[in-house]
Design a protein around this ligand. Structure first.
Ligand code: FES
Ligand SMILES: [Fe+2]
Length: 349
C-alpha cells in the first residue's frame, strides 16, 4: 500500500553520522541520505546515473556526494559537477544528475517526503506532521533507548497492531498483559487531519509488576515507591498516530511513565523496517538499560509473531476480509483515513 504525498519517518537520526551517507529503502525505492556541510539533510535516489552503483556506498566530500565506483560527484541540487575520467574540457552531460527528495530530521528520526510521481515538478512539501510529546534527545527527565528490526509484516498491519488494545491480554499474557480485554476501552478518540489520538484508561497490571520484580533495580525502585504510599494506582495510556507511519504510545501512571515511538517503514518487498525509540521516566541509570532493552525486545517479539501471521497480508480497507467490531474502533478509524487517501488517488497500486 504505497501511500504518496506524505512524510515518512525512514531511519533513526542516530544512524546517520556527519561523514558517510546511508542507504534506506522506501516502497522498493533505494534512497541515499547524507548530511551537507551545514548539517542539513540531503536525499536522492540511491543510483548513480553512470553505471548504476549505489551512491550510499560513496562518501561526502565538501558538501558533494561522490560515487564510490568512478568518483562522479554531485552537488546538493543533484547535478554532476565532476567526472574524474573525463579528459579536460569535456562537457558533463545534462543527464548526469540524480533526483533529489525533500528530507528533514525531527524527533530522533530522519523524514522523507514521498512523492514518486511528482518528483520533478513538486512544489515545496508541506511541513512535517505536528508530532508532539516525543522527549528531546538528551532530555534529563528520561532515559532513552532505541533500536530497529525487520518484520515480514505489512506496515499498515503493524500500525493497526499497535493501535489494537484488546490483543494485549492474549499476545502479551506473559509480559504486561494482565488486564482483561473488556477493561481496555477508549474514553476519547479524535481524528484530526492525518492524525489519530485515543485516550485509554489503563488498570495497573499485576503481571507487569511481577515481571519487573525479577530485576534487583526494579525491586528496589518498587519498594521505594511503596514506602511513599503508592498502592497500584491506575493510569492512562495515550495513543497517537501521525501519518504516514509514526505511532507514539504514552503510558502514564502516577509513579512512572513509559513512552514508546514505533515506526514501520514499508520496504516494498513484503517486509517492514521497524524503528523504535523507548523513553522511561524511572530508573534512569544506564545500569537498568539491559533489563529495559530485554523487556522491549521480548514484547515486540510477541507482536512480531502474531503480526507476521496475518492474512491477507495487506489489510482490506473495505473490510471484506476482516470482521471488525466496535472494540476495533482505532483500526476502523485508520482504515477510514486510508480509504479517504485512496479516494484522493494518493495510494498507488
Ligand atoms: S557508477 Fe557511479 S561513478 Fe561510475
Ligand atoms: Fe502488542
Amino acid at each position: 500500500m504505497n501511500l504518496t504525498q506524505t512524510w515518512y519517518a525512514v531511519a533513526l537520526a542516530s544512524s546517520l553520522g556527519p561523514q558517510d551517507p546511508i542507504g534506506i529503502t522506501l516502497h522498493g525505492c533505494p534512497i541515499v541520505i547524507w548530511r551537507g556541510s551545514d548539517g542539513g539533510l540531503l536525499a536522492a535516489e540511491d543510483r548513480c546515473p553512470h553505471k548504476g552503483a549505489a551512491l550510499s556506498r560513496g562518501c561526502v566530500v565538501d558538501n558533494q556526494l561522490r560515487c564510490g565506483y568512478h568518483g562522479w560527484t554531485f552537488d546538493p541540487a543533484g547535478h554532476c559537477l565532476e567526472i574524474p575520467a573525463n579528459k579536460p574540457g569535456v562537457a558533463i552531460p545534462k543527464r548526469a544528475r540524480i533526483r533529489m527528495m525533500p528530507c528533514q530530521e525531527a524527533h530522533g528520526f530522519l523524514w522523507l517526503w514521498w512523492d514518486p510521481q511528482g518528483a520533478h515538478h513538486a512544489p515545496e512539501p508541506p511541513p512535517l506532521p505536528a508530532v508532539s510529546h516525543v522527549p528531546e534527545t538528551g532530555d534529563s527527565g528520561w532515559r532513552q533507548l532505541e533500536g530497529e528490526a525487520v518484520w515480514t509484516a505489512h506496515w499498515v498491519r503493524i500500525l493497526e497492531g499497535f493501535l489494537d488494545l484488546t490483543h494485549v491480554p492474549y499476545v502479551h499474557k506473559s509480559t504486561f498483559g494482565g488486564a482483561a480485554a473488556n477493561e481496555l476501552y477508549t474514553s476519547e478518540e479524535i481524528v484530526a487531519g492525518d492524525s489519530l489520538y485515543a485516550l485509554i484508561d489503563t488498570p495497573r497490571d499485576q503481571n507487569y509488576r511481577s515481571d519487573q520484580a525479577s530485576n534487583p533495580f526494579l525491586r528496589l525502585w518498587g519498594s521505594l515507591r511503596n514506602q511513599e504510599g503508592e498502592s497500584n494506582p491506575s493510569g492512562v495510556q495515550h495513543l497517537h498516530l501521525w501519518m504516514a507511519n509514526l505511532l507514539l504510545i504514552r503510558v502514564e501512571f502516577r509513579d512512572f511513565m513509559i513512552y514508546l515511538c514505533l515506526v514501520p517503514v514499508p520496504l516494498g518487498d513484503g517486509r517492514s523496517h521497524l524503528l523504535w525509540r523507548h523513553f522511561r521516566s524511572f530508573l534512569k541509570s544506564p545500569l537498568a538499560d539491559g533489563n529495559a532493552l530485554k523487556r522491549v525486545k521480548r514484547f515486540l517479539g510477541e507482536d512480531k509473531l502474531i503480526l507476521e501471521s496475518m492474512q491477507p497480508f495487506e489489510p482490506d480497507l473495505d473490510g471484506r476480509e476482516d470482521l471488525l467490531l466496535a472494540s476495533d474502533s482505532l483500526t476502523l478509524a485508520l482504515r477510514k483515513l486510508l480509504r479517504a487517501k485512496r479516494e484522493a488517488n494518493l495510494i498507488l497500486d
